[in-house]
Ligand binder design. Structure first.
Ligand SMILES: Nc1ncnc2c1ncn2[C@@H]1O[C@H](COP(=O)(O)OP(=O)(O)OP(=O)(O)O)[C@@H](O)[C@H]1O
Ligand SMILES: [Mg+2]
Length: 373
C-alpha cells in the first residue's frame, strides 16, 4: 500500500490542540514521521504528558489516519514530553521506579537543603556547605533541583555551560571548584515548570538524576526550591535521601516556615539531620569579634530543641557572602579566612557527625540508581 506523506500530514492537521487552537502539525508537535510498508510511525511531543490532551492524542491520530488515509494503515504513535532532550530510552513509564541498589560505587549520602520560606539562604548554604565538605577532602556533588529559579549555576560561576552526554548517553556533571555540579535549570525551562504538577516533576527529577554519570560521591547536596508544596514533596519523595538540612533566618516568620519544612520531611520519613541559622548575627568589619544578634538569639536554637533536631550552626550576615555568590566563587573559596568560612566549616563538621550517627542507627542510604523493569 503506497501512502503519501502529504496525506498523513493533511489528516493529522485535523487534530487541534484544545488550548492553542492550532493543529498539531502547525504547532510542530509531530516528530520523526516515517512511512514504510503500510505503517506510519511518529511521536507527538506534548508539554504535559499527564494532560487530558496527551491521553487522547494517540487515539485521535489513529482515528483520523484510518478515516482519512486508509483503514489498513498501521499507526504507531508515541506520546512524549518535550522537556528533556535526552532521548526516549531514559524516560520512565508506568510501573518503573527509581530504586535503591547497593554497590561499590555511586552516591553514599544525599542531603537535601530546604526551607519553608524563600530567600533565607538555602542555595548559599548548599553551595558553601558543599565547598566546605570538599575542602575537608570528601568527594562532593551539588545538585540544583530548583526548577523555578535555579541559582547554583550563577553561584558556582558556570552560567551558560552545559553538561555533555557521554557515549553511554549519560550526562557528565560539570566540575567546578572541585565539585561535580548539575542544575535542573540546564534542561528545564523555568517558565514552563511553573505550571507543572507532581507527576511531571517526578518524571523530570528521575530522568535528571537517574542518567547521570556521577562516579563515586560521598556527599551529594541537593538545593531544593523554596516552600513545602506539592513540588517539594514530590522531589523529596523521588530522591532517596539520607537526610535533610533546614535553613532558617532568625525572624518568627521564617521559623514558622522551618517548622513546616520539618513536618514535610517527617511525612516522608526523611530524618532532619540538622538546622542551620543563616543571617544570624552581624559583625561590623572594624569589630570582627562583636556579634550583634539583630533579630534575637534564641529563636532557631529553641526551635531546633523543640523539634528535636540537631542545631548545626549559625552563619553571620556578611556582604561578602552575597558578593562572592554573585561573582561565582563562593565565600568558602574566595575568603578562606573569613568568619563565614569558619562557620560553614563547623556546620560541615556537625553535618558529617550527624550523618554518621544517622547511618549507624539506620541502614545506610543505598546508592541511587534507576532500574528499568
Ligand atoms: N549570610 C548571608 N549574608 C549576606 N547575604 C546573604 C547571606 N545568605 C544569603 N545571602 C544573600 O541573600 C540572597 C538570597 O539567598 P539565597 O539565594 O541563597 O536564598 P534561597 O533561600 O536559596 O532563595 P530561594 O528561596 O529564592 O531559592 C542572595 O542574594 C544571597 O547572596
Ligand atoms: Mg535558592
Amino acid at each position: 500500500m503506497a501512502v503519501a506523506r502529504e496525506d498523513v500530514l493533511d489528516a493529522l492537521r485535523q487534530i487541534k490542540h484544545p488550548e492553542e487552537s492550532q493543529d498539531i502539525i502547525r504547532l510542530d508537535m509531530v516528530k520523526d514521521l516515517t512511512i514504510e510498508d503500510g505503517r506510519a510511525s511518529f511521536t507527538v511531543v506534548v508539554k504535559d504528558p499527564d494532560s487530558a490532551f496527551a491521553n487522547q492524542v494517540e487515539e485521535a491520530c489513529q482515528r483520523v489516519l484510518h478515516e482519512e488515509v486508509s483503514r489498513g494503515l498501521s499507526v504507531d504513535v508515541e506520546v512524549d514530553s518535550e522537556m528533556i532532550p535526552l532521548g526516549d530510552d531514559v524516560m520512565m513509564g508506568e510501573g518503573e521506579t527509581m530504586q535503591q541498589t547497593s554497590g561499590e560505587d555511586g552516591v553514599q549520602n544525599t542531603i537535601a537543603v530546604a526551607s519553608g520560606k524563600g530567600g533565607v539562604g538555602k542555595s548559599t548554604v548548599a553551595v558553601n556547605l558543599a565547598m566546605s565538605l570538599s575542602e575537608q577532602g570528601y568527594e562532593v556533588a551539588l545538585v540544583d533541583t530548583d526548577i523555578y529559579g535555579p541559582s547554583i549555576p550563577k553561584m558556582m560561576g558556570m552560567e551558560g555551560e552545559k553538561p555533555r552526554v557521554n557515549d553511554e548517553r549519560k550526562m557528565v556533571p560539570l566540575e567546578k571548584h572541585g565539585i561535580k555540579t548539575l542544575s535542573m535549570g540546564f534542561m528545564v525551562d523555568p517558565d514552563q515548570a511553573v505550571v507543572w504538577r507532581g507527576p511531571m516533576v517526578t518524571k523530570a527529577v528521575r530522568q535528571f538524576l537517574g542518567d547521570v554519570d556521577w562516579g563515586d560521591i560521598e556527599y551529594m547536596i541537593l538545593d531544593l526550591p523554596p516552600g513545602t508544596g506539592d513540588v517539594q514533596l514530590t522531589i523529596v519523595q523521588t530522591i532517596p535521601l539520607t537526610g535533610a538540612v533546614i535553613v532558617s533566618t532568625p525572624q518568627d516568620l521564617a521559623l514558622a516556615d522551618a517548622r513546616k519544612g520539618k513536618a514535610m520531611f517527617d511525612n516522608v520519613n526523611v530524618p532532619v539531620v540538622g538546622m542551620v541559622e543563616n543571617m544570624a548575627y552581624f559583625s561590623p568589619p572594624d569589630q570582627p569579634d562583636r556579634k550583634y544578634y539583630l533579630f534575637g538569639r534564641e529563636g532557631a536554637h529553641e526551635l531546633a530543641r523543640e523539634l528535636d533536631v540537631p542545631f548545626l550552626g549559625e552563619v553571620p550576615i556578611q556582604q561578602e557572602i552575597r558578593k562572592s555568590s554573585d561573582q561565582g566563587t563562593p565565600i568558602v573559596r574566595s575568603a578562606p579566612d573569613s568568619a563565614s568560612t569558619q562557620a560553614f566549616a563547623e556546620i560541615a563538621d556537625q553535618l558529617t557527625e550527624q550523618v554518621a550517627l544517622r547511618n549507624a542507627e539506620d541502614d545506610p542510604t543505598q546508592k541511587i540508581e534507576i532500574l528499568y523493569e
